[in-house]
Design a protein around this ligand. Sequence first.
Ligand SMILES: Cc1ncc(COP(=O)(O)O)c(C=O)c1O
Length: 388
Amino acid sequence: MDPIYLDHAATTPIDPEVLQIMVETYQNVVGNPSSIHSFGRQARKIVDDSRHTIAKYIGARSREIVFTSGGTEGDNIAILGTAFANSHRGKHIITSKVEHHGVLKTCAYLESQGFDIDYLDVDRTGRISIDELKAKLRDDTILVTIMFGNNEVGTIQPIREIAHLLANHQAYFHTDVVQAFGTADMDVKDTPIDLLSMAGHKIGGPKGIGFIFVRDGLSLQAYTHGGDQERKRRAGTENVPAIAGLARAVEKVGEHLHERIQESLRSRQIILETLDGQNVTYQVNGNPEHFLPQVLNLYFPGTRVETLLTRLDLEGVAVSSGSACTAGSVEPSHVLTAMFGKNAPETGSSIRVSFGEGMKEDRLREAGKIIAESVRALTSAGKAGESL
Ligand SMILES: Cc1ncc(COP(=O)(O)O)c(C=O)c1O
């Protein structure tokens, strides 16, 4: 069959309207936004208007938006920038064991620089405990960084509770919303989040662009040095066409958030129904109540994830074993390990199926059948092997 792409959590195809805007910008806007002549001013206007569109959508002020090259850079700027600018108030940071490597490795780097990091545990559904967070919070805590929704299992964290808990504490609250942005409501007016990072390529936007929200008054130390762009928080000439595309992608999320959620829920339902109809043993990893609809992580007892992924790829179904960054490596997922324990069967036998826009029902059913057949083939081959 024609391959079917069920790996939207890794990245999404670009929205044609976004692409159109980018092409037009490339063709028609030649200036550098920092130049004072009319060409520069034309480019500057695009950057300013895009910033305004994005700020409006999340309930922020334009000056609170800083363009970045995507999720990893956003996480780095937010975490390193806050840590180094506030180290005189303390060196303690709290995060969780299920964060994206963009956060975890940044925290590990800070540990090497003398910061003290606490990694919160999660339960078997991937959620942190507010009580554990309260217990770990100290007078010298300067930052809590907890993701909005997990990229591997989709679990949504208690973001509002965390934000309100920290509202009366010196610690800033950063949340990585890279995976959640397209299917969850984001409003920094409603929820006292201090920093938030997102990436365009998870919502039909261009790759290599994203933004962070930095609440007014928060001191952030820049870690790229050069020009004064982005109010001295991120030096370097802005990627104007990508910024224009990002703004349209964000705007489209705002226009269709409800439909996007419903569509992913429907896709998810179709895959689960198909698996049920095929009589295959599986378990959904994640939280049954607090989850991102587009991320479906499935445990198939008795399979080996590498073999299953290879077979599915040959059969034309593109899924993943977790975050794109660890796909292809034999390392078990740190997220599943945090949820189920080291060497738990779920860590070696689970796949991530993730949905995007415009998925056709018959193709999803076909993919569900192929997944079921592959699982059956691999588990019966395993059983035959055991009896030899
Ligand atoms: C939760 C999360 N954070 C950060 C990133 C990194 O984003 P980028 O690929 O734009 O650097 C990803 C990408 O998979 C992600 O899912």
